[in-house]
Design a protein around this ligand. Structure first.
Ligand SMILES: Nc1ncnc2c1ncn2[C@@H]1O[C@H](COP(=O)(O)OP(=O)(O)OP(=O)(O)O)[C@@H](O)[C@H]1O
Ligand SMILES: [Mg+2]
Length: 441
């Protein structure tokens, strides 16, 4: 037998497939986790941060417009009149800056953040100074302050914010590139996994198929050998039975017949009602009985009627003998007209009938049996039935009868079934194909 069973091959194949799926799943989950982090941490955060930067930029533009109006003095009210508007914008800018500080992307350096805060602090310091100067009525100094320092600080702030916006968009671009690369890696690995799984399944299946083919080839060879062996054993057995029957009939039969004739002759020579004549008569009776027994044994071993008159007549002869010897009542039914069936088929069917009826006597616990033989041009069907104990629930005893019956049926290319009749008990059913045109072997 092959060293590896298909179970081992299948288990190895399954292990490889599951391993490949597990490795891929872990890899993919990690990649997807990275993707999620990239999307929420980098891209999302950077977009929300950019919104705050744009809000700051808007405020700075408004501040720029207000500073221009103040410097040109185009409005009819004094510089200090702008203070409420500046306070409102300062509040909004501070709010935007603190939200932005929370959202700022990882790419922002502490130095950049410090510079941003310092720039804004410087600007608001100058604005506070402006209100003081303006409140003292020094309008020209105040305007000069706006044109020089305030405008310059505002432009620095605008530049810083613009640079941060560019930095955000660059970071976003890099993240998007990385996301695309991750999708590419996952896709590539999916193909690798599919190839590995298909390869594992194909290799496993091929190995299992190869293994099965080898096992089936071995099994069919063994089965052929066993069939041949069984055929030989049965044919040797039949030869032995046939020889024994002939020996019994020819040798012992002849001798006993001769002994009987001689005793009869001696008996006739002795005076009537003498003691010797009585003894000789008794011995002759014993010799006759033994002759009968030898004949019947010889016939049971291999009935000559089987060779001379075929299966159909042998069955009828055997059933009569069986009833006589066992006291059983056998209900015999014959359906159809049987073709001549001699030798091989006949001896096997005859032996199956013998064994079935012997089993009825030994195991059924009844005294009645039903035998049915149905002939058709293509097949012969034999049924032996009893309504006794039945085969069910019997401890599996190692008898040879049932095995022998199966072997013989197989040798004939027929089928053997053990059924349970509606009335209970056992029905042995044999169906044997018959060669076209009867059997003359
Ligand atoms: N007609 C039957 N009714 C009940 N039980 C049966 C019948 N035929 C067979 N069996 C059961 O099946 C078993 C196997 O039968 P089988 O003919 O193979 O062996 P056996 O008759 O016990 O021994 P042997 O080898 O001498 O024939 C029997 O021991 C018996 O228990
Ligand atoms: Mg038996």
């Amino acid at each position: 037998m092959p060293a590896r069973t298909p179970t081992v091959i299948q288990l190895v194949g399954l292990g490889v497939t599951l391993g490949a799926v597990a490795v891929f799943s872990i890899f993919t989950l990690r990649q997807l986790d990275g993707l999620r982090r990239l999307e929420s941490d980098s891209v999302d955060r950077s977009r929300r941060d950019s919104l705050q930067l744009i809000r700051i930029q808007n405020n700075l533009t408004q501040l720029g417009l207000a500073l221009r109006d103040m410097a040109e003095g185009t409005e009819p009210y004094p510089i200090t009149g702008y203070k409420p508007e500046f306070d409102r914008m300062r509040g909004d800018l501070q709010d935007a800056l603190s939200v932005e500080a929370q959202l700022m992307p990882a790419t922002r350096t502490p130095a950049q953040q410090e510079m941003l805060n310092n720039t804004f602090a410087r600007f608001w310091g100058e604005v506070d100074h402006l209100w003081t100067v303006a409140a003292q009525g020094q309008t020209n100094e105040a305007r000069a302050l706006i044109r020089t320092r305030l405008e310059s600080e505002r432009s620095t702030m605008t530049t810083v914010i613009a640079r941060l916006l560019v930095q955000n968009s660059e970071a976003e671009g890099a993240a998007v590139q990385e996301i695309t690369a991750i999708y590419g890696r996952v896709e590539k690995n999916l193909y690798v996994l599919l190839a590995a799984v298909v390869a594992a399944i194909s290799i496993t299946s091929a190995l299992v198929i190869l293994h099965d083919r080898r096992v089936f080839a071995q099994l069919s060879r063994l089965s052929e050998e066993r069939k041949e062996l069984a055929g030989q054993v049965i044919s040797v057995q039949e030869d032995v039975f046939r020889n024994l029957a002939r020996e019994l009939h020819d040798e012992f039969g002849q001798v006993l017949t001769a002994v009987g004739v001689m005793l009869q002759r001696v008996e006739k020579k002795l005076p009537d009602a003498s003691k010797q004549r009585e003894d000789i008569h008794e011995v002759r009776e014993i010799a006759n009985q033994t002759l009968e027994r030898v004949r019947s044994m010889s016939q049971m071993l291999h009935p000559p009627v089987l060779d001379d008159y075929g299966l159909e007549n042998s069955i009828e002869w055997y059933l009569r003998q069986f009833e006589k010897q066992t006291g059983f009542q056998v209900h015999y039914e014959k359906i159809g007209i049987g073709p001549w069936i001699g030798d091989t088929i006949a001896i096997h069917v005859y032996r199956i009938l013998q064994e079935s009826l012997n089993n009825v006597v030994r195991h059924s616990g009844t005294t009645e049996a039903w035998v049915k033989v149905a002939y058709s041009p293509a097949s012969l069907c034999l049924e032996v039935e009893d309504h006794g104990a039945g085969l069910e629930g019997k401890p599996a005893r190692k008898g040879l009868g049932l095995i022998g019956m199966r072997e013989r049926a197989e040798l004939l290319g027929g089928q053997m079934e053990f059924q349970k009749p509606a009335e209970g008990g056992t029905r042995v059913k044999l169906v044997v194909p018959l060669p076209a045109g009867g059997v003359h072997e």
